[in-house]
Ligand binder design. Structure first.
Ligand SMILES: Nc1ncnc2c1ncn2[C@@H]1O[C@H](COP(=O)(O)OP(=O)(O)O)[C@@H](O)[C@H]1O
Ligand SMILES: [Mg+2]
Length: 319
């Protein structure tokens, strides 16, 4: 598939200094060459990146890639949502571009901003002529943020929009627009568009409900905590030095902690950390006393810690 330099809708004379967009020639909606012929192949490729998926997750990732739709992943913290994008990028041989959402994030922080301080310095150059002023709004002074980077990269990227629930409604609406167009008009420079969109993974910890309009555009998957067997396997691939018996004991205790009414349930990262910590300490067998001494690896909230401590006997009694 050939490569073209594409210039679109040049809106402003300063566009002579503007952005050339490198895009692949394309058909609608396709997200680029996808090296996986089947769900099994995708699952195997992610496993090579030490990410273990169940069939449901692998299927929805495969479909999102094949249909060129964004993938919306929801689930509790620590179930492996962000990691999907992180492993998908190398599995596809693409660049990962990450937009971390936070309260108050706006379009400028996500798309592009002008570098005012450098513009100011340039504007004060003694030999600056009036004609040169337009140069101050050339791509040289444009600060590219993740969405613009993703538009420019097109199908050579995986775009991770992480923790979208932290951003406000207005930002979500802006994002929806960006996702439908994968183009941006920069008044001083011109329009930049990706003919083939990047693969997009959106995550939400569901601290608020996302809008239906956004959900309609995406394929959706809820990631649960892994089953006991799957979690043992995950510890084994992520921390191969931990013996299987210890990995199993840790995963079993963690799954019991997840049954408790806690403010924050331990995620898979905590299971891995705990197993690593115990192995580092030379622990071969996890009992109540050892657990009490190392709880900080797995419980990260003071109230939760008190609840768990008071019930450790019960956790280990169940054998
Ligand atoms: N299915 C999985 N296979 C391998 N590692 C996993 C899996 N799920 C979670 N992990 C581990 O848990 C860590 C936390 O996952 P992360 O994607 O950050 O969670 P979330 O984004 O859902 O809060 C990852 O860095 C990874 O080490
Ligand atoms: Mg995350």
């Amino acid at each position: 598939m050939g490569l073209t330099i594409l210039w679109l809708d040049i809106l402003h004379p300063t566009s002579a200094f503007g952005l050339g967009v490198l895009v692949e020639e394309t058909h609608d909606h396709a997200t680029g060459d996808i090296p996986f012929g089947s769900v099994d192949e995708l699952q195997a490729a992610l496993r090579r990146q030490t990410y273990l998926t169940d069939r449901g997750l692998a299927t929805v990732i495969h479909l999102a890639l094949a249909l060129g739709k964004p993938l919306l992943l929801e689930g509790e913290a620590g179930v492996g949502k962000t990691e999907v994008a992180k492993v998908l990028a190398p599995a596809l041989g693409r660049e990962l571009i990450r937009l971390q959402c936070y309260e108050g994030i706006d379009a400028g922080q996500a798309l592009y901003e002008w570098d005012y301080s450098r513009q100011l310095v340039a504007a004060r150059a003694p030999d600056l002529h009036l004609d040169d002023v337009k140069d101050l709004f050339s791509s040289e002074f444009l600060v590219e943020r993740p969405l613009l980077a993703a538009i420019r990269a097109g199908s050579s990227a995986v775009l991770l929009i992480d923790e979208l629930d932290r951003a406000d409604d207005e930002f979500e609406a802006f994002l929806l627009e960006t996702l439908s167009e994968f183009a941006v008009s920069i008044p001083e420079i011109g329009r930049v568009a990706a003919m083939r969109p990047p693969a997009v993974v959106i995550t939400s910890n569901r601290t608020r409900e996302l809008h239906d309009a956004l959900k309609r555009r995406c394929l959706y998957h809820w990631i649960d905590h892994p089953s006991l067997e799957r979690e043992v396997e995950i510890v084994r691939v992520r921390a191969p030095e931990v013996p299987e018996a210890l990995a199993r004991e840790v995963a079993r205790v963690v799954s019991r902690l997840r049954d408790m009414e806690l403010a924050k349930h331990p995620g898979v990262a905590e299971t891995i950390d705990w197993a690593n910590a115990l192995n580092y300490l030379g622990v071969a067998h996890l009992d109540g006393e050892v657990a009490a001494g190392t709880l900080g690896a797995v419980i990260k909230d003071h109230d939760d810690e008190e609840i768990v401590r008071s019930r450790l006997g019960e956790v280990f009694e169940r054998g």
